[in-house]
Design a protein around this ligand. Structure first.
Ligand code: NAP
Length: 327
């Protein structure tokens, strides 16, 4: 039984982004057709007055908060002030306005970078605030921690139902394929594709290839998010609203692959026949980063799409959108 009625008025903040657009597709696919969508031009989520007025006028019943200032290590390092200010402000405005407007449930999208740099693997929800954060994205992680603590505080003080998911590395159609600013998976898709077209004899991948990473196909992130928002009241209250239990759950595939396995999978899907070489003189990053997904499994959800399937879908999208991607 779905908690949210099909006619429910649902605001997806950040609906144009990778995560937000997948949530919109998933909602539409499930028959939700009373969606409230407002791009940055209509509603700047940094503008407190505008956000309050929007919530007061539009009265959404449910909110998916997928709007954020997002970026890789380089952007995080270059613009730490913007990462902290914009994320704190967007989530502060949306969460507070949601409370004022009597929103029934809100789902805040966090990130696995909330966990300490040296957290034991796989990382559990209870590892939050048990150690130092990774310095390169600390401002972003601090903002995300503040966001989920804000949900928790409003639940405690005002009895709201504001919960959060912490997705692992996401990928899929609509991803960023920029040659310098993209994440490893879309970056490799582009490089193997271009190497195949150019007939290049070799593709060099940074690092030793041994670090283990987890990837979640974007549609599964959307599916898991919808699943959490549709939990029945007793389950939601029992698992996510009982402070000091965390008000969030990890959202991952629970499967880890080495960068070498990832590169091999992408090479096969793209059909590149050249040599794959690892440049071990380049940095590897953390040896392992995996979410413990047992809490989500206990709630009744787990990921089903294999990495191979997900990469095939993503590459097919890349080929259909190649002109736009190149831009
Ligand atoms: N991508 C991942 O691998 C990943 C992994 C874990 C968690 N997440 C989480 O998922 C959420 C969304 O990430 P994403 O990858 O979908 O990012 P994204 O593609 O950059 O999308 C972010 C969205 O937020 C909107 N936005 C930002 N500032 C805004 C403002 N001031 N007013 C209105 N809209 C604004 C953007 O609009 P514009 O297009 O106008 O900028 C965009 O639509 C984030 O909270 C992130 O932490 C992502």
């Amino acid at each position: 039984m779905n908690f949210m009625k099909k006619s429910a008025r649902i605001f997806v903040a950040g609906h144009g982004g990778l995560a937000g657009s997948a949530i919109v597709s998933r909602l539409r696919g499930a028959g939700y057709d009373n969606l409230l969508l407002a791009g940055r031009g209509e509603l700047d989520l940094l503008d407190q007055g505008a956000v309050r007025a929007f919530f007061a006028a539009e009265r959404p019943e449910y909110v998916f908060l997928a709007a954020a200032k997002v970026g890789g290590i380089h952007a995080n390092n270059t613009y730490p002030a913007e990462f902290l200010y914009e994320n704190l402000t967007i989530q502060g405005n949306v969460i507070h306005s949601a409370w004022l407007a009597g929103v029934r449930r809100l789902l805040f999208l966090g990130s696995s970078c909330i966990y300490p740099r040296l957290a034991p693997q796989p990382m559990k929800e209870t590892d939050l605030l048990t150690g130092e954060l990774e310095p390169t994205n600390e401002p972003y992680a601090i903002a995300k921690i503040a966001g989920l603590k804000m949900c928790e505080a409003y639940n405690r003080q005002y009895g709201t139902r504001f919960v959060a998911v912490m997705p692992t590395n996401l990928y899929g159609p609509g991803d960023n394929f920029h040659p310098e600013n993209s994440h490893v998976l879309p970056a490799l898709i582009r490089r193997f594709h271009e190497a195949r077209l150019a007939g290049a004899p070799e593709v060099i991948v940074w690092g030793s290839g041994t670090p283990l990473r987890e990837f979640l196909y974007i549609d599964e992130m959307a599916d898991g998010s919808l699943f959490v928002m549709n939990l029945d009241e007793a389950t939601l209250a029992g698992h996510l609203l009982r402070y000091p239990k965390p008000c969030f759950v990890n959202l991952g595939s629970g499967v880890e692959v080495s960068i070498r396995q990832l590169a091999e999978t992408i090479r096969e899907v793209v059909g590149y026949g050249g040599k794959l070489t690892f440049d071990a003189s380049k940095p590897d990053g953390a040896p392992r980063k995996l979410l413990d997904v047992s809490a989500m499994k206990a709630l009744g959800w787990e990921a089903k799409v294999s990495l191979r399937q997900g990469v095939e879908e993503t590459y097919a999208w890349f080929l259909r959108n190649i002109e736009r991607v190149r831009g």
